[in-house]
Design a protein around this ligand. Structure first.
Ligand code: 5RP
Length: 230
């Protein structure tokens, strides 16, 4: 997706932001555009306060002068705006490509509304082409992998689990100090069933299936912005 499309999607989402709102602020290259749009509106007089979903987003907000708070100080938010790796039927999402899925889900769940910003390549008929990020405890990794394979098998899914690496070739570490397994299960026809299976595994901290969280997606394409609702 070009930066221009990301920017357009971010601008469309920013139209939903009103002065006085408490915002969840997502992570990723599209969310970065949203932070930039937000910063411009703040310098024009918009008054908001935001909870960032990653250290990366927090750093950008500080750099651009977007006021921040925490979920401890501000436990209930009006709106979260965040990107996605896939947008499926009923606005079920795959998220976590940027490794921030745990904080992203906590923040989205604390918000009255979630708006997804993306380009049209993120829209899929069935989730699963993008590997599903699963955040796991480093302790007991082997046993957790085995449990994930077994859980997926319970609903007829098989595939590979890849332990995510960072640019230096080390195990990627999330802001919460966990690892990420990227699961290539292929098509996921029943995301709810997989989400339930994964959530029942003790070593799984959180998974990147976001179900019943987003109410609106503003998706940029060559023909402009399309709005998806559920
Ligand atoms: C980070 C995410 C991102 O929202 C997702 O990866 C989309 O990123 P981008 O806007 O760069 O395509 O879930 O954990």
């Amino acid at each position: 997706m070009s930066d221009m499309m990301k920017r357009r999607s971010a601008e469309a989402a920013a139209d939903h932001v009103k002065s006085g709102m408490k915002l969840g602020i997502g992570t990723g290259s599209t969310a970065e555009q949203f932070v930039r749009v937000l910063a411009e509106k703040i310098s024009d007089g918009l008054e908001i306060i935001g909870v960032p979903t990653s250290e990366r987003t927090a750093a950008l907000c500080r750099e651009l002068g977007v006021p921040l708070t925490t979920l401890d100080e501000t436990p209930h938010l009006d709106l979260t705006v965040d990107g996605a790796d896939e947008i499926g039927p009923d606005l079920a999402l795959v998220k976590g490509g940027g490794g921030a899925l745990l904080r992203e889900k906590i923040v989205a769940a604390a918000s009255d509304e979630m708006i997804v910003i993306a380009d049209e390549t993120k829209i899929v008929g069935t989730l699963g082409t993008f590997p599903l990020p699963i955040e796991v405890m480093p302790f007991g990794l082997g046993a957790t992998e085995l449990a994930i394979r077994s859980a997926a098998g319970n609903i007829g899914l098989t595939g590979t689990l890849a332990l995510r690496q960072d640019a230096a070739g080390q195990n990627f570490m999330t802001d919460g100090g966990h690892f990420i397994l990227d699961a290539s299960f292929g098509r996921i026809p029943d995301p709810e069933a997989l989400a339930l299976e994964l959530s029942a595994i003790p070593g799984v901290v959180e998974h990147g299936l976001f179900i019943d969280l987003a109410r609106l997606a503003v998706v940029a394409g060559a023909d402009g912005i399309q709005t998806l609702t559920r």
